[in-house]
Design a protein around this ligand. Structure first.
Ligand SMILES: [Zn+2]
Length: 421
């Protein structure tokens, strides 16, 4: 029988997609870093609706995302802008905001959407909830700032469900120097004396220490100080994208030595540095957005709004928009925006350097994350598909999507229990 040549690639493509779908359905797909607003969790308005957010339950379901860490993020104002930033009043403001977010996750998982999603406190909870077909929520804290100088709050945050906590965000705090010191100079030259106590306390209660946003010195000192494996909940490889938020090879090797894991983040600016558009290209793109009634893309927060408006266009209208974009690319070529392939290049790089057991995946959705091909939680399958294209096996993909992080979480809780004895 004669099979036309052109049919062969498409049938192997179909088989590849089928295989990727089977793997995606079989492994626990966990995103370790998704931001949220407590104001988006009320009885009238919440993540059970599609809304203008990258993360929500409808997107989670259609994208085959099984589990996520809701991030309790509290920013801080710099000492120079706000004299009480690192004093009692500043800490109390931050603490109140953190508690509001802890309460919002409880409300969402135990009242508003309790039939669809459940809060997990241990890796065995994650597996048990996943087996019931419900979605799994976990909690991480981004920035140790709301702990203030009260070390007792580490246990309080643990009791409130926190299972990882990053020492810093952008800007130095009472615990450690932030990566922003590469621009602004240093405060502690690494971890502060209080920060060292907080690391010991996190080890004691079984909270994973997160080094994303920390300076290199803070991160390296944390790796040496922590009695448990450490994690980077949302960072990428500095060798591929040279920004201070990413981790260089020396850091990645130190993280591996602790037994930890880096959750490679799909945040455009950390995946690839792109040259800004020429004025002609910017003007043409702005005109196209206007023609199709799409919102301006002024900042990272606009991405979710833009995507949801784009989805509302009719199919022929969206095709027209895509044709227009292709014309603009031809007439005024620009530096291509970071995409799924650039993102998975970081996974490949980290896997080659530190091994398949020390790499995971995060989006930073609703916190500035999202790239072409993984714009929101509904597109999560695309990541698995790209991994399958590159030859990753089911066993390896299981490790990347959740196996490694859950192994670390288990280990950290086990060591904590030993330390408490
Ligand atoms: Zn962050």
């Amino acid at each position: 029988m004669h099979i036309p040549l052109s049919a062969q690639p498409s049938s192997s493509e179909d088989a590849l997609i089928k295989n990727a779908r089977a793997i995606h359905a079989k492994v626990i797909v966990l995103d370790s870093h998704i931001d949220f607003e407590a104001a988006h969790i009320t009885s009238e308005r919440n993540y059970t609706q599609r809304g203008e957010t990258q993360f929500n339950l409808p997107n989670m379901i259609s994208g085959g995302l099984d589990a996520l860490f809701f991030v309790i993020y509290v920013g801080q104002t710099r000492e120079t802008q706000n004299p009480d930033a690192l004093k009692a009043a500043g800490y109390e403001r931050a603490y109140a905001l953190a508690i509001e977010k802890f309460d919002a996750v409880r409300r969402f998982t135990s009242e508003i959407a309790h039939e669809k999603i459940e809060l997990a406190l241990t890796p065995s909870d994650v597996r048990r909830i996943y087996a019931t077909g419900e979605k799994v929520a976990l909690v991480g804290v981004e920035n140790g700032y709301p702990l203030g100088e009260d070390i007792g709050r580490v246990k309080e945050f643990y009791d409130r469900s926190a299972r990882y906590l990053s020492l810093t965000h952008n800007g130095h705090n009472q615990l450690a120097d932030s990566h922003t010191g590469e621009r602004d100079g240093w405060k502690w030259n690494g971890v502060s004396p209080l920060g060292k106590q907080v690391i010991a306390e996190m080890n004691h209660f079984g909270i994973m220490v997160d080094v994303s946003h920390a300076s290199k010195a803070s991160m390296m000192q944390t790796a040496a100080l922590s009695k448990t494996p450490i994690i980077a909940s949302h960072s990428a490889a500095r060798a591929l994208c040279d920004v201070s938020r990413n981790m260089d090879d020396e850091q990645l090797l130190a993280l591996k030595k602790t037994g930890g894991v880096i959750q490679i983040v799909a945040y455009g600016g950390f995946v690839k540095t792109t040259k800004s558009d020429s004025p002609d290209r910017s003007a043409a793109l702005a005109a196209a957005r206007k023609e199709f009634n799409l919102p301006e893309l002024t900042g990272p927060g606009q991405r979710a709004r833009f995507q949801s408006t784009l989805k509302e266009l009719s199919d022929p209208r969206r095709t027209e928009y895509e044709t227009k974009l292709a014309e603009i690319d031809k007439q005024y070529p620009g530096d291509p925006a970071p995409n799924l392939k650039d993102f998975v290049d970081h996974i490949d790089y980290a896997v080659k350097l530190i091994g398949i057991d020390h790499v995971g995946i995060s989006s930073d959705f609703d916190g500035g994350g999202g790239i072409a091909g993984w714009n929101d939680a509904s597109e999560t399958f695309n990541v698995t598909l790209e991994l399958v294209r590159r030859g990753y096996t089911e066993e390896q993909i299981e490790k990347l999507w959740s196996g490694n992080l859950l192994r670390v979480m288990d280990e950290v809780q086990r060591i904590g229990q030993q330390l408490q004895k």
